[in-house]
Design a binder for this molecule. Structure first.
Ligand SMILES: [Zn+2]
Ligand SMILES: [Zn+2]
Length: 191
């Protein structure tokens, strides 16, 4: 099972708008297009609750609350159990589903997402669950950087935040009306 792809569906869910069923349909990847026709209002409520709980997992991970991240994922694994099954929507197309026959769209999607994020945590650690440092954004991400130092969900947020910080420094400097501090004289070696 490609747990990485499943983990990413969890990230996509936390970052998604879920105002109505169209938002939910937009969240569903193309290879699961059948779900778009089957989603119902009760799925929307379940997705919204799971979205909140998965966001908590990222908040715990990013703030060093490892045990709480694990406890929440274990509770979610219990609520959305995986039961693998071979399925085919037309007979030439065998592929895996992660829940039993007749399961709702929310059960199928969430079982996969929770499973993926759980394996991801075991593999890489909860410290790599991140929440974007740009407060206006709030998106979550999985930190795959080599040194575990990523702070933003995207290049776009990183740039926007750096530009804002630069402007704030400039404004502060002008506001203070202080002369630019002189560079210290380089030390001349005593010969
Ligand atoms: Zn299928
Ligand atoms: Zn962001």
């Amino acid at each position: 099972m490609n747990f990485d792809a499943y983990a990413r569906t969890g990230v996509d869910l936390v970052n998604a708008r879920l105002d109505d069923l169209d938002d939910l349909r937009a969240l569903i990847p193309d290879d699961n297009a059948w779900m778009r026709e089957e989603v119902a209002d009760r799925d929307l409520a379940i997705f919204r609750r799971a979205q909140k709980r998965l966001r908590d997992v990222f908040e715990y991970g990013t703030s060093g609350r490892d045990a709480e991240a694990v406890a929440e994922l274990n509770a979610l694994l219990e609520a959305f159990p995986v039961q693998p099954r071979i399925s085919g929507h037309d007979s030439s197309d065998w592929h895996m589903h992660v829940t039993s026959r007749g399961a709702s769209v929310s059960s199928e999607y969430l079982a996969g997402a929770v499973w993926g994020l759980s394996v991801w945590l075991c593999e890489y650690g909860s410290a790599r669950f991140g929440v974007c440092a740009d407060e206006r954004c709030g998106n979550v991400y999985l930190d795959t950087s080599s040194n575990c130092c990523r702070r933003f969900c995207s290049e776009r947020c990183a740039t926007r935040s750096h530009v804002a910080a630069h402007r704030a420094r400039k404004r502060a400097a002008v506001g203070d009306q202080l002369p630019v501090p002189a560079q210290p004289e380089p030390l001349t070696p005593v010969s």
